[in-house]
Ligand binder design. Structure first.
Ligand code: HSE
Length: 287
């Protein structure tokens, strides 16, 4: 059995802690055989545990403590601590592992609820489970979510070589916001979502860049965001925004402008990798 979970991009600008899309990079977990103790084979770096302290097994054993040990193989092309949902992908894989090995028959809603409780917000885990574009709320301990098709476009990820931990990127956010500002911030998100549902990416892209919840507070941590946004405007692509808590920036582009946008991104002085992705429509898969 093999479990595959997509990368995700949370927020899409103004959909802070609520909106997300699944992307075409993946974490894969393969079950190799029964063993005496849990073991994970991987080549993802020395810092990632290979025993029960790995987030994958912590998650799986929290969901179902009775699972019997296995040898697993973990591979991933989702970069760590870059704002592309790497830890959410591991949590989602852990829940699916417990679900399948323990014969739990969890529904999609059960998985989204459990994953959100573990992660703290639904905007990465919900699209990692459902695929495509998901809008979710997590209020009074209950998750409610809607999945919808995201309009066709290219997704260019500018992934800086340095990490930015979500905890650090959340520590710069304010504790409160004036009522009128919150009303405006909410209206911007509402129009962005409605434009996506209508397939109107030019308008969605404009609204994605008008976030009032988080990007301005984070801009000193991600100085490349403004530069990329300026480039995006010159080329006339749909829009550019911080992916989750950063430092990755996503650019949504019509196919005919993608090559030119990538060429411009390659000229930037910072160390980064550039990936041409698409929206994953499936979410977590078991083969
Ligand atoms: N909505 C979250 C944030 C995503 O921006 O902090 C990262 O987990």
């Amino acid at each position: 059995m093999k479990i595959r979970v997509p990368a995700t991009s949370a927020n899409l600008g103004p959909g802070f802690d609520s909106c997300g899309i699944a992307l075409s990079q993946y974490l894969s977990i393969e079950i190799i055989k029964d063993t005496e103790t849990w073991e994970i084979q991987h080549s993802l770096g020395e810092d990632i545990p290979k025993d029960e302290t790995n987030l994958l097994l912590q998650t799986a054993l929290t969901v179902n403590p009775k699972l019997s040990p296995k040898l697993l193989k973990m591979t991933s092309d989702i970069p760590l601590a870059r704002g592309l949902g790497s830890s959410s992908s591991v949590i989602v894989a852990g829940i699916e592992l417990a679900n399948r090995l323990g014969g739990m028959h969890l529904s999609q809603k059960d998985k989204v609820q459990i994953a959100t409780e573990m992660e703290g917000h639904p905007d990465n885990v919900a699209p990692a489970i459902c695929g495509d574009f998901v809008v979710a709320s997590y209020v009074d301990g209950e998750v409610r979510y809607v999945k919808h098709h995201f309009p066709m476009c290219d997704v260019i990820a500018y992934v800086p070589d340095h990490e930015l931990l979500t905890q650090e990127s959340r520590s710069v956010l304010p504790q409160s916001m004036a009522y009128q500002e919150a009303v405006q911030a909410s209206s911007i998100a509402n129009v962005m979502i409605a434009a996506i549902l209508n397939g109107n990416l030019p308008l969605a892209g404009v609204m994605m860049e008008k976030d009032r919840w988080h990007e301005a507070h984070r801009d000193h941590l991600v100085p490349h965001l403004k530069t990329i946004r300026d480039m995006a405007h010159v080329l006339g692509v749909y829009g550019a925004f911080l992916s989750g808590a950063g430092p990755t920036v996503l650019v949504l582009s019509p196919e005919e402008k993608t090559d030119q946008m990538i060429q411009e991104l390659e000229k930037l002085p910072g160390k980064a990798s550039i990936h041409l992705l698409s929206v994953d429509q499936e979410g977590v898969q078991v083969f």
